[in-house]
Ligand binder design. Structure first.
Ligand code: ITT
Length: 198
């Protein structure tokens, strides 16, 4: 048996493979199986978008499919970019520019006014029609400059007070101990194990 993880985001997939390492089952991305599908993520929530991705690929392949829809909520920006995190300022705009844009927007924000969180919804869709979701979050603050080379996306500006560094300064293993994605996926892992045992 194998599970398809419906993503083309390599940063995500690296973390997912590591979190699901002990699952006695192969986890493959859309790139791994050369599946090129244009999925329209027109949901209004992370959960809706995760379900759209998982269900689309499940129906195409008739296999068990997991999907992740995630993003960054910045309180000072009324929770933007949120579900639009990948599309924020345009899909092809570099994260150097997106991150600097957020830093500039928060020029006058101090202390807890800089609060933000990463959110991750995981959807699991099975050929028997069962679909469910889990959600994980991690709270942090927007930094004053980009820091760190690890991770992807908004990691260089996501400062975690408990660790006194950004998520881009953590190793993949360290990030996977605390991240939104790890929390949501670990909860989902139990359900996947139950399915695999059938
Ligand atoms: P797939 O839909 O193919 O999985 P995507 O990148 O389009 O890839 P999303 O629509 O879920 O995925 O967008 C999530 C975006 O939120 C992602 O591109 C990052 O910009 C941001 N993001 C999510 N999790 C993150 C994390 O752990 N670290 C940094 N940025 C993150």
């Amino acid at each position: 048996k194998r599970i398809i993880f419906a993503t083309t985001n390599e940063g995500k997939m690296k973390e997912v493979k590591s979190i699901l390492e002990d699952l006695e089952c192969e986890v493959v991305s859309l790139k791994d199986i050369n599946l090129d599908v244009d999925i329209v993520e027109d949901g209004k929530t992370f959960e809706e978008n995760a379900i759209i991705k998982a269900k689309t690929i499940m129906e195409l392949t008739n296999e068990m499919v997991l999907a992740d829809d995630s993003g960054l909520e910045v309180d000072y920006l009324d929770k933007a970019p949120g579900i639009y995190s990948a599309r924020f300022l345009g899909e092809d705009t570099s994260y150097r520019i997106k991150n600097q844009y957020i830093i500039d927007k928060l020029e006058n924000a101090t202390g807890n006014e800089r609060s933000a969180r990463f959110i991750c919804a995981i959807a699991f869709a099975c050929p028997d029609g069962q679909i469910s979701t889990t959600r994980g979050t991690i709270e942090g603050l927007i930094g004053y400059e980009e820091k760190g080379e690890n991770g992807f996306g908004y990691d260089p500006i996501f400062y975690v007070p408990e660790f006194n560094c950004t998520t881009a300064e953590l190793s993949t293993n360290q990030k996977n101990e605390i991240s939104h994605r790890a929390k949501a996926l670990k909860e989902m892992k139990e359900r996947v194990l139950t399915k695999l045992a059938r």
